[in-house]
Design a protein. Sequence first.
Length: 394
Amino acid sequence: MSDHPQRPGTFPAGDSRRIFVPPPTGGGAPPGSRAPSPNGGGTAAPPRPGYPGGPPRGRERPPGPGGPSRPPGTRPAGPGGRPAGAPRRPWYKRLRWKRVLAIFSVLLVLTVGGLFWWANSIFNRIEKVDVSDALAGGSGGTNYLIVGSDTADVLQPGDPGYDPARPGGQRSDTMLILRFEGGEARIMSIPRDLWATIADTGDVGKINGAYNGGPSRLIRTIEDNLDISIQRYLEVDFVSFAGVVDGLGGITINFEHPAFDTNTGLNVTEAGPVELNGEQALAYVRSRHYTEIIDGEEVEDPRADLGRIERQQAFMFTVFAKLGDARNPIALARVASNVADGLRVDDDMTLFDAMRFAWRLRGLTPSPVVLPTEPDGNGLALADGAEQALDQFR
């Protein structure tokens, strides 16, 4: 045997004299060397960070009796790979925004589709009048002929606004021209007793008599005699006026004096702002024998039809303003339903045309235009200044 002892690493594998000397607890293997493997053969793996003595045997228990405490709101790393101890994200950041957006889009489509279906069902209830051959085109403003009809089929004894002095016959009781142009609106009433040459017949009579031949004849009579074009036609019966007012919860009209009309049933007992329901508003707008009580005396309006035109315009302005201020969807739905049952429109009008017209009415304050007339027998004729008034609708 040699006098020089062999180094531990030079014994052959399996030799019983081969021993393993663990590295010092303070420093490990010398720099540049690798610690021998405890199970023989080769060298040991380099120590892992945080484990000075090399890799741990199995899973080590964290120091302390219950393991290290975690900061509030943190938890160990989960399947998502979030580091242990990282703050938990707020709930709104954990939402699946794509899923939320998809649900919101579906709800929006269903809501819009439902509103469109409802509007279309209301519009389909409105009667369409075949007047497309009488309507005029035009690239400027749009003139709407709004007619309040008075028919024996609609108004019967006992109906609100029934006038026993005017039974039978189909006549246009109210004729308004509403013009939209450049974001502005103007409105003018055409007196029902205005003398005119009736279209298609050549007969001379009161202009409202043209309605006996149908809406198309009335439109052509207005265009021929007043030289203004009509692009849209709307007709409403007076009973539906009452429905609109009731649907809006009533309207407020300012009365200068107490007033009444025994023919229509109007009876206002005090001056100032008065809340009218549908029946009272109907009696007001149709009054042709409007009588005021002034200083205890009954004074009938000497302007007759002209005074009635002024009251009709005040009524229309008030209804338009109330519609514009309405925000209750239930009230608006009730108004739309009431209007649909008593409304007739030209056969060229589409749902979108009707919606555009309704949108224009919101908050509408049209400028009133008076058509100058003068007495002519038992009717009226155009007076000086009529052309200037009509030019605003041409």
